[in-house]
Design a protein around this ligand. Structure first.
Ligand SMILES: C=CC1=C(C)c2cc3[nH]c(cc4nc(cc5[nH]c(cc1n2)c(C)c5CCC(=O)O)C(CCC(=O)O)=C4C)c(C)c3C=C
Ligand code: FE2
Length: 482
């Protein structure tokens, strides 16, 4: 089947997908670039629904995607299994419905960008740090000690604030994250518009304004009918994407209308071709700033997480990071760039073991081993922030130069790079068909509702906490935090 001439508009009901095209007829309403096909199946008295998205390809034909996969296929080879009925609506997403059957309401598409957030002024630093350390996905206390989360967060944030303020003061008195994320949201909206998908793009920050909670309230007020959640972290970590998703799950579970809203979460996207190629472009370009580009070592520096996240809690972050670096290097090799490379982890906080090797120790070792040219590549985040502008550009640069490295450069964060924004837009479009209600029933244990159990836990927890606070290990821990 080929649909490469104009647009088609029809609503059909069939028992086999291959007969779909025969009922499609050209529309007078213009050429849609996106068409949704919804399949309703009545099996065992339960009705299920699956959607696929047809998108105009560059050669004026149509490409089909199913269930949010990133693989593109052509229509004739796609085979839907099962005897089902299909209703086809040539609805352009986000607004202009060319023709829709009654059961497919006009979609109002929302895209929620998740990010960390950062203090905008020096006065924001301590409350921002409080929000960060009050997150049980950042300081993971054993269940028994969880009631200490907020007092501990208060203490750590007050102790750490002076050091953090110095860092933010060095980069102009606040985090650039909000402005950059605002610009990325606008650029993404434009890229989606250009692909025929009109949408509202929202920003939900985890620890500072605009908070995720505010964004969700706005999504509800705006009557969004289909939502794609796109964390601005390429790799998944419990401490970043995981934490933000937890906030969403909590809100969606508590709200009857939100619990029914079809949502698609793109939990990681480091393996996308568009992202990998965009990173490779930046690296290739920055290598040219060295007098001997081939001699420069490519030094990937990722934000660390405590080892226990990966080894005990099953955080896929390290695996995804390693795969991401592999893919970027493969892309560079395909371009004839065969520089040496290494990966290290930066920004550790507190007394526990973090992912190794550590960036600072690795820089010293490389200097001692005779590496003279080094290209730093921040790889866990797509905006400039305190850890690129202060930690890498100031602290690590100085350390590298002291350690014998003579030539230093850093790849900028992706920011508004057009190929990157276009790829994010593609990721959103590909995720749309798989949106489904987020709410999954979580059984609240009896324990949580038993006041006696709670009191006993509080009592023994307090005694243990008191003993722990006086232990030498805890005292060292606090020294490391500030
Ligand atoms: C992928 C990115 C990030 C991971 C993983 C991550 C884990 C993580 N972070 C902390 C503690 C702090 N992070 C801070 C700032 C900060 N963290 C990230 C990203 C990741 N964090 C970003 C982008 C930023 C900067 C925001 C900005 O304002 O520009 C800070 C505050 C700054 C400072 O005082 O150093 C802390 C503290 C932990 C404990 C953790 C994993 C458990
Ligand atoms: Fe962090």
């Amino acid at each position: 089947m080929t649909m490469n001439a104009a647009s088609y508009s029809s609503v059909v009901s069939h028992s086999a997908f291959r007969s779909l095209d025969t009922k499609l007829s050209p529309s007078s309403s213009g050429i849609p670039s996106l068409i949704r096909v919804t399949c309703h199946s009545d099996c065992n008295k339960s009705t299920s629904q699956a959607s696929l998205l047809l998108c105009r390809s560059s050669n004026n034909g149509w490409k089909v995607m199913l269930g949010g996969t990133s693989s593109w296929d052509t229509l004739p080879r796609r085979n839907l299994i099962g005897q089902t009925s299909y209703s086809v609506s040539t609805t352009t997403y986000g607004g202009v419905a060319i023709e829709s059957p009654s059961h497919i309401a006009e979609e109002k598409v929302g895209v929620l960008l998740l990010n960390l957030g950062g203090p905008e002024t020096l006065n924001d630093v301590q409350p921002f740090l409080f929000n960060l350390f009050a997150d049980p996905d950042i300081i993971r206390l054993p269940r028994l000690f969880q009631f200490l989360q907020r007092p501990l967060a208060k203490l750590i944030s007050v102790l750490r604030a002076p050091k953090s303020k110095e860092g933010y003061a060095a980069i102009g008195g606040g985090s650039p994250l909000r402005k950059i994320t605002d610009d990325q949201a606008l650029a993404l909206k434009d890229a989606l518009d250009a692909k025929g998908l009109s949408s509202n793009v929202y920003i939900g920050m985890r620890y500072w304004y605009p908070f995720t909670e505010e964004a969700v309230h706005q999504i509800k007020r705006d009557g969004i009918t289909r939502l794609v959640v796109l964390p601005l972290y390429p790799q998944f970590s419990i401490s970043t994407t995981g934490s933000s998703i937890r906030v969403l799950q909590h809100m969606f579970r508590e709200d009857a209308s939100l619990s029914k809203l079809p949502v698609s979460i793109i939990s990681s996207w480091y393996q996308r071709q568009g992202y990998i190629k965009s990173m490779a472009d930046l690296i290739e370009k920055e290598l040219q700033s060295f007098s001997e580009p081939k001699e420069a070592m490519i030094f990937f520096s990722a934000h660390g997480v405590p080892v226990s996240y990966v080894e005990d809690a099953g955080d896929p972050y390290r695996d995804q990071m390693e795969e991401c670096i592999y893919l970027i290097m493969q892309e560079l090799k395909a371009r004839g760039i065969n520089n040496e490379h290494t990966l290290a982890y930066q920004s550790r906080v507190g007394p526990v073991q973090w992912l190794k090797p550590y960036t600072d120790e690795t820089l010293v070792e490389l200097g001692q081993k005779g590496v003279r040219s080094l290209l730093a590549v921040p790889v866990s985040f797509v905006s400039e922030h305190i850890e690129t502008l202060e930690e890498i550009d100031m602290e690590y640069r100085e350390l590298a130069l002291e350690s014998g490295i003579k030539n230093w450069a850093r790849v900028p964060a992706l920011g508004l790079t057009p190929s990157f924004i276009t790829d994010l837009a593609d990721a959103v479009i590909e995720a749309l068909p798989s949106a489904k209600a987020l709410y999954a029933s979580t059984s609240t244990s009896e324990e949580e509702h038993d006041p006696l159990r709670y009191l006993v836990k509080m009592f023994f927890g307090s005694i243990l906490a008191f003993i722990l606070f006086l232990s030498p290990r805890m005292i060292t821990a606090f020294r490391n935090l500030i």
